[in-house]
Design a protein around this ligand. Structure first.
Ligand SMILES: Cc1cc2nc3c(=O)[nH]c(=O)nc-3n(C[C@H](O)[C@H](O)[C@H](O)COP(=O)(O)O)c2cc1C
Length: 420
C-alpha cells in the first residue's frame, strides 16, 4: 500500500473507533463524529487520488461527474482485445496523446457583464438546425462494446438530438440504425480500392435517406496499432469464434458488405484514392460529400476546388499515421484555407465542454466525439451514451455562460489565446 494511503487508512480506523465510542462523546461533551471529521481535516493528512474511496468505479450513469468516469468501467467490462481496439493509437500513441495536450495549450479569455440568462447552443449545418454542435463520430464494430451496439448509440443520439455518423464497418445495417433512430443518419464511407463497392454502398446509404456522405481519407495504407496488439496477447478467449482470418472473415459481421463482391481487395483501405475519385463521387450522388481526415491547408484548398461540401479535420483519433500533431493544431490552417466557404468540423481528444468551446473559437462549426461515447456504451449501453452526451452538453453550456457568449456563432478567436 502507498505510504500516505496507509497513514490515512490508520487514521481513519482510529477516528472510526473514536466516533463509535459513546464514552468519548459523553466525557468530552462533543459530537464524536463531528470532532473526528474536523480532526481529519485539520491534520496533515492529504487525500490522495489513489485512495480507493476516491477511485471507486461508478455503478450507474448518474454517478458520473465527467466523461472519464466511464472509461474505467468500460475497461473493466470489455475483454482485453476489445478494450485495446478502442484505446489504441499507433506506434507510440504520440498523436493520440497530442490530441489531448493540444487543448491544454489553449486558454480561454472570458468576457464579463454579459447577460447569459438565456443561451442558444444550436448550430446550422447543410441547412439543418441542430441543438448542439456535438457530433457522434463514426466508430466501427460497436457490438464489440455492447450487445446493442449501434442501435443503443442511435437511440441515445435521437433522444438527445445529436448528429450521428454511422461507420462503414458498422455491426448493424444502415437501414436498422435509421429505423432505431427514427430518422436518417450521416453515412461514413471507406471506399475500398474498388469503385463498384464504393458505389453500391453510396446507393444503399442514399436509399436509406442519409443526407451526408462522410468519406474517410486518412487510411490509405493501414496502421501500426501496437497497443491493440499488446492487449490481444493477454486476451485468453478464442477470438476465432467471432473473427475469422482473411478479409471475408473480418467483414462477416459488417453488414454493409453483405452481397458485395469483395474479390480483388485485401482490406477496406483505399490506397488508390485520389481527387478524381472525389469528382466521380460528386457525379454519382446527391448527398453532401464531406472529407474526413483533412489536416493541411493544401488539402483543404483542394477540397473546396473539387466541390467538397464539408471537411472533418481528423487524424482518426490518433489511429492513422503517427504525425505527432493534434487536430486542434491543424484546425487553424484548414480554416484559413477554406474561409467561410464550407463548414469545418474537428474531432480528436474532445473530452470537456471547454474543448468544444476552444474548437468553435478557432472556427469549427461543430465537433466530433469518438471514444467518450464508446466508454459510455461499453459501461452502461444506451443510458451510458446518453449521460456522456449530457455531460458534454452541460459542460459546454457552462463555459458558454462563463465566457459571456449567448450563441455559438459568437464564439470567436478572441475568446482563446495560446498559452506560453
Ligand atoms: C474504436 C474506434 C473505431 C473507429 N472507427 C472508425 C470508422 O469506422 N470510421 C471512421 O471514419 N473513423 C473511425 N474512428 C475514428 C473516429 O471517427 C474519430 O475520428 C475519433 O475517434 C475521434 O477521436 P476521439 O476518440 O479522441 O474522440 C474510430 C475510432 C475509434 C476509437
Amino acid at each position: 500500500m502507498h505510504q500516505s494511503t496507509h497513514r490515512i487508512e490508520q487514521r481513519r480506523r482510529f477516528l472510526k473507533f473514536l466516533a463509535a465510542s459513546p464514552l468519548v462523546g459523553m466525557c468530552l461533551k462533543i459530537d464524536p463524529v463531528q470532532e473526528a471529521v474536523a480532526a481529519l481535516f485539520k491534520s496533515d493528512a492529504t487525500f490522495s487520488l489513489d485512495d480507493p474511496a476516491v477511485q471507486k468505479l461508478i455503478t450507474s450513469p448518474d454517478q458520473a461527474l465527467n466523461v472519464f468516469d466511464f472509461e474505467g468501467v468500460a475497461k473493466q467490462n470489455l475483454p482485453p482485445a476489445h478494450w485495446g481496439y478502442m484505446a489504441t493509437g499507433v506506434d507510440d500513441d504520440a498523436t493520440l496523446h497530442a490530441n489531448r495536450t493540444g487543448f491544454s495549450r489553449l486558454q480561454i479569455r472570458p468576457r464579463r457583464l454579459v447577460d447569459v440568462t438565456k443561451i442558444d447552443t444550436s448550430i446550422e449545418i447543410f441547412g439543418v438546425k441542430w441543438k448542439t454542435p456535438i457530433i457522434i463520430a463514426p466508430v466501427g464494430s460497436q457490438r464489440a462494446f455492447h450487445r446493442e451496439g449501434e442501435i443503443a448509440t442511435a437511440k441515445a443520439a435521437a433522444s438527445r438530438g445529436h448528429i450521428q455518423i454511422l461507420s462503414t464497418v458498422t455491426t448493424t445495417s444502415v437501414e436498422d440504425v435509421t429505423a432505431a433512430r427514427g430518422e436518417p443518419v450521416w453515412y461514413q464511407l471507406y471506399p475500398t480500392a474498388k469503385w463498384e463497392i464504393a458505389k453500391a454502398m453510396v446507393k444503399r446509404a442514399e436509399a436509406a435517406g442519409s443526407p451526408v456522405l462522410v468519406v474517410t481519407v486518412d487510411l490509405p495504407a493501414g496502421r501500426n496499432t501496437e497497443t491493440l496488439e499488446r492487449f490481444k496477447r493477454i486476451d485468453s478467449r478464442t477470438c476465432t469464434d467471432c473473427h475469422q482470418p482473411g478479409l471475408a472473415g473480418r467483414l462477416k459481421r459488417r453488414q454493409m458488405f453483405d452481397g458485395l463482391d469483395i474479390s480483388g481487395i485485401t482490406d477496406y483501405y483505399a490506397p488508390n484514392l485520389n481527387w478524381d475519385f472525389v469528382k466521380r463521387l460528386k457525379d454519382t450522388t446527391k448527398m453532401k460529400v464531406v472529407l474526413k481526415g483533412i489536416v493541411t491547408r493544401e488539402d483543404a484548398a483542394l477540397s473546396v476546388e473539387h466541390g467538397v461540401d464539408g471537411i472533418i479535420v481528423s487524424n482518426h483519433g490518433g489511429r492513422a499515421e503517427e504525425s505527432g500533431r493534434s487536430t486542434i493544431e491543424c484546425l487553424p490552417e484548414v480554416i484559413e484555407a477554406v474561409g467561410n466557404r464550407i463548414p469545418v468540423v474537428v474531432d480528436g481528444g474532445l473530452r470537456r465542454g471547454t474543448d468544444i468551446f476552444k474548437a468553435l473559437a478557432l472556427g469549427a462549426k461543430a465537433v466530433g466525439v469518438g471514444r467518450p461515447y464508446i466508454w459510455g456504451l461499453s459501461a452502461f449501453g444506451q443510458p451510458g451514451v446518453e449521460k456522456v452526451l449530457d455531460l458534454l452538453r452541460v459542460e459546454f453550456e457552462l463555459i458558454m455562460r462563463q465566457a459571456g457568449v449567448t450563441s455559438t456563432d459568437q464564439i470567436k478567436k478572441a475568446y482563446v489565446v495560446e498559452g506560453k
